[in-house]
Design a protein around this ligand. Sequence first.
Ligand code: GDP
Length: 441
Amino acid sequence: MFENLSERLEGVFQRLRGKGKLTKDDVERGLREVRLALLEADVNYRVVKNFVDRVRERALGAEVLESLTPAQQLIKIVHEELIRTLGETPAPLDLGGSRPVPILLVGLQGSGKTTTAAKLALFLRKKGHRPYLVPADVYRPAAIDQLKTLAERVGVPVYDTDPTDNPVEIAKKALAEAKALGRDVAIIDTAGRLHIDEAMMTEAAAIKETVSPREVLLVADAMTGQDAVNIAKSFHEKVGLTGVILTKVEGDARGGAALSIREVTGCPIKFIGTGEKLEALEVFYPDRLASRILGMGDVLTLIEKAQEAFDLKKARELQEKLRRREFTLEDLREQIKQMRKLGSMQEVFSLLPGIGKKIKEMPFDEKELVRMEAIINSMTRQERLNPRIINASRKRRIARGSGTTVQEVNKLLKSYEEMRKLLKKARGPRGLERLARRLLQ
Ligand code: GDP
């Protein structure tokens, strides 16, 4: 995510850091490089100009030039101004008003709208809401089925859209149905076209008129860069948006759309989509993204992900077992499951300060976790509870059963033994938390 921009900026600051004291010329040269880096990242030229002007105004003052750590001060200013460009504070969903609260999703075909509808439903369900999904794209028949399938996967009820109805009718009927079912939020997936066109805008506006949504969110593909910004501008002018959900951000090495949309359109980015999985939707925090871009890492998002993935009840049970020195291979299997829930480890590590870039070069094999789980699955319960009984012939059987080798079974048993020792050291009240913190440092 935004690797190119991060690397470029890192280079600029590295050169400045090497200098110690900075002159006005040094700062000007640095700013020219920052400007180029942003333009290369496909950030809107006006946004770049405003940004650089703001940084220059502050950077040429005593705050930087007379500081003992001028490069550090400059980075601080760039960080703060990036946050400003990205929208300063997070813009939470407005879920006020009478129930069910309608949320309208608009956008072009292929932007990820239908997937995002399901992601948003899952997000809200996890927050304790009772969402309802409404497929209102009658032009692409597959869209209705797609949303129905996704709805089932996220465990959220879906309106049984009649494709011969018109979208305004669908929205009206679906809201009545949502109300009857006691749902509190209705997410309406409207039709998308391949390009901006009048008919699409008129239809979105008509639905908006009829259901008076609290939120009209544009779903836009970050990979399309300035196109996404222009699309946002058109939709905002013609339909009126309350926010943007930027998708496919994880694959966007440049970041132009994310850095331009707020300032060009005045619309806040409310969420970002960071993968194809239905859990891959994050609340957009300007400060965290600015930190990620500047390679400072995003520890807060990491901790949230960990908290979400780790089942607290299971963690307590584990702690209890550790107290009784009973950490078995069954518990290890549970841990592996939890780790896999954390998503790709590389993605998780990339949120850590400093190591984001290095980790990408590391040959981390996520399949390893799958293999470990398969090996443990091939053991009998008795073996899992008492690995000491696993002799050579049992190892051969386990290897065969899991499609691995005896060496791999040995490796797993060794890791288990090491982990048991490590965890034993972390015993005591809050022991696991201490261990987690150590791993996070
Ligand atoms: P729609 O035509 O706008 O409804 O788009 P879809 O929801 O069908 O999504 C189009 C494609 O984009 C699908 O393959 C999705 O899995 C994919 N997609 C959606 N959001 C994301 C995201 O945040 N990251 C990635 N990598 N893919 C996404």
